[in-house]
Write a protein that binds this ligand. Structure first.
Ligand code: GFB
Length: 323
């Protein structure tokens, strides 16, 4: 099925749910070169947790395709602190959009999940069929359960109703429009902010959470958006598809890389009162690579890009809310 379009985006009406988020906004940028009509909705237009509002919105706007990039997301601490929000919000959003897509005869939907759906002790690199083969990582099991439910919704509607709903599982993402709030962010924007503010303040050190030994696989959100558009056009099957870079890096080495890009020359200390989370979650990219897709943005280049954008936008002129 490689490079053989099964769904044409040209001339179609395409709803990007979650267009203000990092991935959703990257998908909107990517769709600019697809000759399709992009539909977006703010939270004031439609509350995705409301079944009635989602039905009404999809019924009124009649999209042909949906990129389901809307989600409540956050880093390890936010996931661990707000389990009810991460479970309830994400379950409701996934169920409402999937049901509306079915009832309003949307031709195709791509649901976006996360690599945390896999068991904590999954084999590395993690193949797609490792799903539901073992216990989840405790710090993010609530978010993971909601995302697993999203995959299962897509599969169930395909099985029962013949809907062309597919799922993509991206690895840890970073990119333009990321969240830099140190309480709720993921590790990469947190490290960029910490290193920049330490440099500006002339500080001697930055503190990272955990032991620094866990490994993570990072993918730029523009690469992720490109993969989503690729899958929307070229893939139609039951199983979800991993979307990653194929390489992981220890958090301490990531911190060194970020400090190097930012130009902070002080030391890096660890705060082991904070959780490590899963020790490793490198996904296998064999499936999507066999279809003909590969990422193009190398990690250092991607970090350099987002760092210069954040400096230019002035975000770092404000003090960090927490340490
Ligand atoms: O990115 P992150 O918050 O999410 O943390 P997860 C990754 C690793 O970086 C953990 C460490 O081992 C953290 O302890 N880390 C070091 C830091 N310094 C920092 C810091 O200043 N801030 C943060 N946030 N981390 C989330 C899940 O898991 O990632 C979600 O909770 C989701 O469910 C998502 O899957 C992609 O990779 O641990």
């Amino acid at each position: 099925m490689a490079n053989e379009a099964v769904f044409q985006l040209a001339g179609k009406r395409v709803w990007v749910a979650g267009h203000r988020g990092m991935v959703g906004s990257a998908i909107v940028r990517r769709l600019a070169s697809e000759d399709c009509d992009v539909i977006t909705a703010t939270r004031a237009d439609v509350d995705l947790k409301s079944p009635d509002q989602v039905q009404a919105f999809v019924g009124d706007h009649k999209p042909d395709a949906i990129f389901m990039a809307a989600a409540k997301v956050g880093g390890i601490l936010a996931n661990d602190t707000y389990p009810a929000d991460f479970l309830y919000d994400n379950l409701m959003i996934a169920a409402n959009v999937t049901e509306a897509a079915y009832r309003q005869n949307v031709s195709k939907m791509l649901f976006l999940g996360s690599s945390c759906i896999y068991p904590r002790d999954a084999p590395q690199p993690i193949p797609e069929d490792a799903l539901l083969t073992g216990p989840l990582e405790g710090t993010n099991e609530w978010y993971a359960i909601a995302k697993i439910a999203g995959i299962k919704l897509a599969q169930a509607y395909r099985k029962q109703h013949g809907c062309d709903f597919i799922s993509a599982m991206p690895t840890n993402l970073y990119g333009r429009g990321d969240n830099y709030d140190l309480n709720s962010s993921h590790v990469l924007p947190a490290l960029i902010r910490k290193a920049h503010e330490a440099k500006m303040a002339g500080a001697s050190q930055i503190t990272i959470w955990g032991t620094g030994t866990p490994k993570r696989e990072f993918l730029n959100s523009d690469d992720c958006a490109d993969a989503c558009v690729f899958l929307m056009k070229a893939y139609s099957d039951v199983e979800h598809v991993n979307v990653g870079s194929g390489q992981d890096i220890a958090i301490i080495d990531l911190a060194r890389l970020v400090c190097d890009v930012v130009g902070f020359t002080g030391s890096i200390v660890t705060d082991t009162s904070k959780p490590d989370g899963t020790m490793r979650k490198l996904m296998s990219g064999d499936k999507i690579r066999a279809m003909g897709w590969a990422p193009t943005i190398e990690l250092r280049a991607g970090i350099t890009d987002v760092y210069s954008l954040m400096v230019d936008s002035g975000l770092f002129t404000h003090p960090a809310p927490v340490t």
